[in-house]
Design a protein around this ligand. Structure first.
Ligand SMILES: Nc1ncnc2c1ncn2[C@@H]1O[C@H](COP(=O)(O)OP(=O)(O)OP(=O)(O)O)[C@@H](O)[C@H]1O
Ligand SMILES: [Mg+2]
Length: 298
């Protein structure tokens, strides 16, 4: 659906994209992450046919963006980072204006979906940032595109709005659409993405499925809960165990990190069973994206 190879872009002397490779497959939700200034918006503007680049290739839906007569020929839905509207129009007027086949009923439905029904006839000039973002999402969907590119679709939304947008993205995927979106909210990315691409300083760091990213980086930490706290000699036994790298205690729970990812926890389990203290829980700690990207101790 999207095939980007060796994309290079400069802003004057500044090398903003340094040979980006990126692939989005049909019918997946792709999360695009990276710190402020990494190059996400620059890449997405190029995908939408709105920005020039010096070197490389960008194929969207089988179309080479370098050969487009005009960006509108791409038939994608695009929400830019800072969507701009005609402030003198109402939301309804603007959506009709953006429609290839203007249809009042469709506009009404999409306004309801975007949660803007109470503001449908207000001038966009008076819209809040979150309301503009909702309108921008409606614009991205109004022409029923197969591919949807969203640059931080939920950054200005309230928690309810954020959840709605995530739900909508999953609905769109189930309808057969393909979505790429950028976000700094890793829990959102984790909730809905099939694949994740990370960019830093204009270079692609990785592109992986969410499952493999979490699995490959899993730390072998077991949270073991006992009915009573362990005594010092029992803790020492764990601390001296050949399989164990680190032990921490908090009340009745001990956190044990094994030396390697692929170690069978059987020895650990046998050791703690030998303590003769009832065990309430023995769990491998689940990884999440946040814990992968936020360094320990920060
Ligand atoms: N029009 C421009 N002129 C000059 N430099 C620019 C321009 N647009 C972007 N840049 C620079 O290119 C780099 C990438 O910016 P970009 O907006 O793509 O980052 P981003 O990953 O979207 O960041 P954020 O998370 O803050 O939105 C930054 O260093 C930025 O300063
Ligand atoms: Mg950006």
């Amino acid at each position: 659906m999207i095939e980007i190879k060796n994309l290079n872009k400069h802003f004057g002397q500044f090398h903003a994209l340094k040979g980006i490779n990126l692939n989005v497959k049909e019918n997946e939700i792709y999360g695009f992450i990276g710190h402020n200034g990494a190059g996400k918006s620059t890449t997405m503007n190029i995908m939408a046919g709105l920005s020039h680049f010096e070197e490389g290739m960008c194929i969207i839906n089988g179309q080479d963006v370098k050969k487009l007569a005009k960006p509108g020929d791409l038939n994608i839905g695009f929400l830019p980072e800072n969507p701009q509207f005609y402030p003198w129009m109402t939301a309804i007027e603007y959506l009709l204006y953006c429609s290839k086949n203007p249809n009042k009923q469709k506009v009404k439905e999409i306004i309801e979906w975007a949660g803007l029904e109470q503001h449908a006839n207000r001038k966009i000039r008076g819209f809040s940032r979150g309301m503009k973002q909702r309108l921008g999402l409606a614009v991205a969907l109004i022409n029923d595109p197969k591919l949807i590119i969203l640059d931080e679709p939920s950054s200005a939304l309230d928690p309810e709005g954020r959840s709605e947008v995530l739900r909508l993205m999953v609905d769109l995927k189930n309808m057969g659409k393909t979505i790429i979106f950028s976000s700094h909210i890793l829990s959102d990315i984790e909730r809905i993405c099939d694949r994740i691409g990370m960019i830093a300083n204009g270079e692609m760091i990785f592109e992986k499925t969410l499952a493999s990213l979490l699995h490959d980086n899993v730390k072998p930490i077991f949270d073991i809960e006992f009915r009573h706290p362990l005594i010092t000699s029992q803790l020492e036994k764990l601390g001296n165990h050949k399989d164990i790298l680190k032990v921490e205690t908090k009340d009745n729970v001990i956190m044990v990190q094994l030396r390697q990812n692929d170690l069978d926890p059987k020895n650990l389990l046998e050791t703690v069973l030998g303590f003769d203290v009832p065990i309430v829980g023995f769990n491998l700690r689940k990884n999440n994206l946040e814990s992968l990207f936020v360094k320990e101790g920060d």
